[in-house]
Design a protein around this ligand. Sequence first.
Ligand SMILES: [Zn+2]
Ligand SMILES: [Zn+2]
Length: 271
Amino acid sequence: MPRTLDETRAEIHARRAEMAARWEERRPAPFRLTRQVVPGLFQVRTRGSRAYLVVEDTVTVIDTGNPGSGERILAAVREVGKTADDVRHIVITHAHIDHVGGLPVLQKHVPARTAVHLADAPHVASEQPLPNPFVNSFLARLVDPFLQWTDPGPARVDVMLNDADEIPVLGGLRVVHAPGHTDGSIALHFPSRGVLIVGDAMQHKLGRLMLPSRMFSKNLDEAAKSVRKIAALDFETLCFSHFRPILCGADGRVREFARSLDGQRLDEATG
Ligand SMILES: [Zn+2]
Ligand SMILES: [Zn+2]
């Protein structure tokens, strides 16, 4: 019997609700910092965003939260049964303070090499404060004193990443340059695990995929191109820095979203 559109929609809603419930079940107890996304990949509650740990014999840290998160990431590493000495790679998705704030402190405690896309690396390494993420000049001026005051200071960059670079963790971690939110934003693809970590290059609000926040993104046209680029990849699970993950069928959702961007005026695309 042919299924009606309503039936299909109801099924999609039910599936999304089930996925959301499954993620809620993994919510860590209040005193815990990590929850497993897939075997070997953990999400970490840092200040202001979510970082990720790739746990094998060694540990790879992806993003480091706002300033004050360095110690918390070290606690998360212990929580998954590893030590600071096991942390060998740090990968930064982009140079916003809520992603690199914990980096200088973390670097003092771990023997890891830090990798940042070459377009954002100078901001991470600079003695100057991080670039103000606000696009609106009035808001940028308003928050600037606070940002100057909380700036984490310079951090070491050991490896400049480029599109399609591969890092030998979890069966091969592929760098996908996804500019728009910042010039050096990257997504991280684990093809053998069917996982993509998108950082801030997309939002996932109320079950809907969206372009990155217009308040904090340099170029939304570029961001839309990056979504189309990501839509060509295969992955089951999609992880964000500020939103709940899509656990199953994520590449199909991104393809659908990329198609919806075609021909759409970008100023209508985001709230
Ligand atoms: Zn950001
Ligand atoms: Zn962020």
